[in-house]
Structure formats: C-alpha cells, structure tokens
Ligand binder design. Structure first.
Ligand code: BES
Ligand code: ZN
Length: 477
C-alpha cells in the first residue's frame, strides 16, 4: 500500500516539480533532513530550520530515501510549492493558546444528542457513497458525490427551517473536485470556529474502481449523522460550527490545505479541528484511538479523553479509548495543525491494525464486519466535542463553579478535596490516554504522590463512592 501510495503521490507531486527543476521544496523533520544531507549531500539542500522542522529542496531520490528509511507510514515530507511556502511553513507561529480552557458542563444537550445517533443512517450513507464506484478526485463521479452531499445536507437544513445554517461548495486550484462546507452560525461568538471534517475522495490503482467505504465514506457518513442529530435537537451553538467534506485528500491533503490556509490567511479564530477519517473498522480491542503525533494538540487530545471519561465510561454510550501514532501528516487534520491550529484525529484502530482493504477495490461496507456500530461511537464523540467546544464560555467555568472537587499541585503532589463526597478512586491519565496510576479507597481529601510522573499535561479522574465521575485537568511542572 505504501509503495502504491508513494507512486500515486509521486506522480502528482513530481509531475509538478519536475516540470520546473527536477528538485522540489518540502518540509520534514530536522533529524531526517540532517541524516539525508550526510548520506546524499548532492540530493538535498536544507534551506532553513526552525524548531524540529526543516525546509528542504530535494530530489526524488532523496524523497524516496525519506519514505523508505526514515518513517514508517506516508511519504515522510510535506510538499511545498515554493521556497517561500516551505520557509513560511516551518516558521509558523501557533495561533492559539488556550491550554486547559475546555470545560464540560453541557450534560443535558449532549445526552439528548448522543441518544439520537443512529448507526443505520451511517451504514446506509456509507453504502450510498460506496455505490458511486469511485470518488477519485479526477472523476466526474467525485464531483457528483459532492453535489449530492450538498443536496443531502441542504435537505436537512430546509427541513429544520433554520436560516442560520448554510452549505457552500469550495472550488480548488489543485484539483477539479470541490469540497463542501456546512456552517451553523455562532449565536454570540460567530468569529470563533469549531470544525470537524472528513474526506470525500477515494483512491486505488484504478481510478474507476475506488469504493472507499471506510476511507473515507465512513468519516463523511459519521459527520453527516452529527449534522442530522444537531438539527434534529434544534442545537444553537454560541460559536460557529462547521462540517467539511474535503476534496483530494488522497493525493496530498489538497482540499483541506487550501481551506486551512485560507482560514489562516484571513486570521480566522479556529478553536479546534477534529478529523474523522476511517471510523468503521474495529481492528483493535479498544474503540477510539487518539493519535498523538507531535503536530496534534495535546490539549485537544486531553479534552477528547475528558469527554470520553465523562460521557462514555458506562451505560448505553460506553466505549473505550487508547492511543496510537501515524508518524506523518496522514490526514486532513495535519492541514489545520500545519496552519497553526489545534487539531486531533481519533482513529478506528491502532495503526498496526487498521483496515487492510483501504486503497483497494475491496474497501467495502460488506468487508468491514459491522453495520456502522463502530462509526456510531465516533459520531457520539464528535457531538460531545462540538457541543462542549462551541458553547459560550472559553473560561474554565466548570472548574470555578463546579466546587465538587478542588485540586492543586504542589511539590509533585496532587492535593484534592471533595465537598460532600468520599473518593473511591483517582486515576491519572496522560495525553495519550495511558492510565499512569490509580489510588483507591481514599477520604474526602488527600494527596497523591506524582513523583514518578514526568512533567506535562494530565487529567485526574475522580470516582466518588456514590458513583459520580469528576475530571480535573492539571499541569505538572
Ligand atoms: N485514511 C488515510 C490515512 C490513514 C491510513 C491513517 C492508514 C491511518 C492508517 C488517508 O486517506 C491516507 O491515505 N493518507 C496518506 C497520506 C496522504 C498525505 C496522501 C497516508 O497515510 O499514506
Ligand atoms: Zn486513504
């Protein structure tokens, strides 16, 4: 698959690049760049470095070395159309700084939303998308698929009678295929954006036969179900919420990178972005795998963990989570991260166990082994994220008003005190979802020794004797 992908990738990128010079610009890890420079001094020029990223000007030979020897998945570099693009990409300053500002206090809205998620809708939609036969970005069918999705989303809007919800086509310069964006205008902070996305295009070695049921009809069907539910409950966000179906992800994140770059150029305040790409193949024991690549947002991953601890721990909507790593900008969330925004990518399985049929003619619903019950978990997580992230306040309101647990960290001890209850257990979870330690049978106040834990962002999950779960974030430094 990697080889095939590389050749497709190469075709598109190198056709553009070789037409000019035979070398092309890209960004890559500084370590990779240095290693290449030592091995093949003639094949690569390092034109700049910032942090752990370098801007490079390299040949196909150097690029192939990167792909085969340095990384485990994907090309290993990000193509840039010019020296300026490469330099500005590595010098980008992170736009946002909202560390630990997410809160969870929308229980009533979230509970009513996740109860409405219907796996059958997702299943039927995946089948409909698979039935195009191909959604390869160069085909007319891909354009039809986007137009048909527009019709589907518009019908939901029309049925709701809402005038604050709209859908628009976005045309691109890098592909004939357009992307689609649905917007729910923010009622009080319309200039703050909370965005989720997936990609509409598909790929195999045969442009006319690329069913792409899991990759990524599943993601499009998952976000469509979120839209249906939100309109059904007459959801009104404070911030603007957008849903994006991207064009031409499979040839190098083309649709999403043009859109994310446009948002960044216009200084749009995107609070965070979550990608849904491959949601319906349960390849591993756990359900949702958060990707912890360095370009992803720790803060956002922690928030997603917190949401799952709060809403999906027990009962009808229970599911489990773990963590994994892509090792490369493997999907559209990278476009947002690359433009300085907080991004996350919850994935269907551990990376060593993802759907083996993707990018083949066998990427079909019938080969996924479930009728979208797996994808339904992602629709729930997406709804929880949207509703809690797009509400009014960005202040740590629940930490101020929710006095049921008070915590502070001093001298590597987590001090806690509960108002009325006794703690049964406290679990400390890191940004990767790993449980680092658990203390049991505690009092209503106490100290937990954090000396064995490295500095970083963590979540303390308190379970009380009466069964309540209270989560608190903290920084250890
Ligand atoms: N859905 C995949 C991403 C993916 C595949 C994630 C397998 C995890 C496991 C996506 O559509 C894709 O194929 N991405 C490419 C890179 C992209 C920049 C062309 C990849 O990961 O090889
Ligand atoms: Zn793919």
């Amino acid at each position: 698959m990697k080889l095939k992908l590389l050749s497709i990738f190469s075709l598109v990128l190198f056709n553009q690049a070789f037409a000019q010079l035979g070398k092309f610009y890209a960004t890559t890890d500084s370590e990779n760049a240095k290693e290449l420079k030592e091995k093949f001094p003639e094949e690569i020029e390092i034109v700049g470095a910032a942090g752990n990223q370098s801007a490079v000007f390299l040949t196909k030979k150097a690029a192939e070395f990167l792909h085969h020897n340095v990384i485990t998945h994907g090309p290993g570099y990000v193509y840039k159309s010019s020296r300026e693009q490469a330099l500005s990409a590595i010098n980008k300053v992170k736009k946002t700084n909202r560390v630990l500002s997410f809160t969870i206090d929308q229980d009533a809205v979230v509970t009513s939303a996740i109860a409405k998620v219907n796996a059958d809708n997702i299943k039927n939609h995946i089948q409909t998308l698979e039935n195009y036969g191909t959604r390869h970005h160069t085909t007319v069918k891909a354009q039809t698929a986007i137009q048909d999705l527009k019709t589907k989303w518009q019908a939901l809007i029309t049925a709701s009678g809402r005038t604050d919800v709209s859908v628009r086509i976005v045309n691109h310069s890098g592909t004939p295929m357009p992307s689609l964006v649905l917007t729910i205008n923010g009622a009080s902070s319309p200039n703050d954006y909370v965005i989720v996305g997936g990609h509409m295009d598909s790929i195999t070695n045969n442009v006319n036969n690329a069913p792409g049921a899991d990759d990524d009809a599943s993601g499009i069907a998952t976000i469509s179900e979120m839209i249906r539910v939100l309109l059904d409950i007459n959801y009104r966000p404070s911030k603007t919420v957008e849903f994006m179906a991207y064009a031409a992800e499979e040839i190098g994140l083309v649709g999403s990178s043009e859109i994310a770059q446009d948002y960044a150029l216009n200084n749009k305040n995107v609070i965070s972005f979550v990608q849904f790409d491959m949601t319906n193949y349960k390849g591993s024991t756990k359900d949702v795998y958060l990707t912890t690549d360095s370009y992803n947002s720790n803060d956002l991953n922690l928030f997603l963990i917190e949401l799952m601890e709060h809403y999906n721990k027990t009962g009808t909507h229970a599911f489990t989570y773990g963590n994994t790593i892509c090792n490369y900008g493997c999907s559209d969330h990278f476009s947002w991260a690359d433009n300085g925004y907080d991004a996350a990518f919850p994935f269907e399985a551990s990376f060593s166990q993802y759907n083996p049929n993707i990018h083949t003619v066998n990427d079909k619903l019938s080969n996924m082994g479930n009728s979208a019950t797996h994808a339904a978990k992602f629709a729930k997580l997406g709804l929880e994220f949207i509703i809690e992230a797009a509400k009014g306040s960005v202040l740590n309101v629940s930490d101020i008003t929710n006095q049921s647990v008070n915590i502070f960290v001093k001298d590597k001890f987590l001090n806690y005190q509960l108002e009325k209850e006794t703690v049964e257990s406290v679990v400390i979870v890191d940004t990767s979802g790993r449980q680092l330690l658990e203390s049991k049978n505690l009092l209503s106040f106490g100290k937990i020794d954090l000396n064995k834990i490295n500095n970083g962002f963590y979540l303390a999950v308190f379970k009380t004797k009466s069964g309540k779960i209270v989560t608190k974030k903290f920084i250890l430094e």
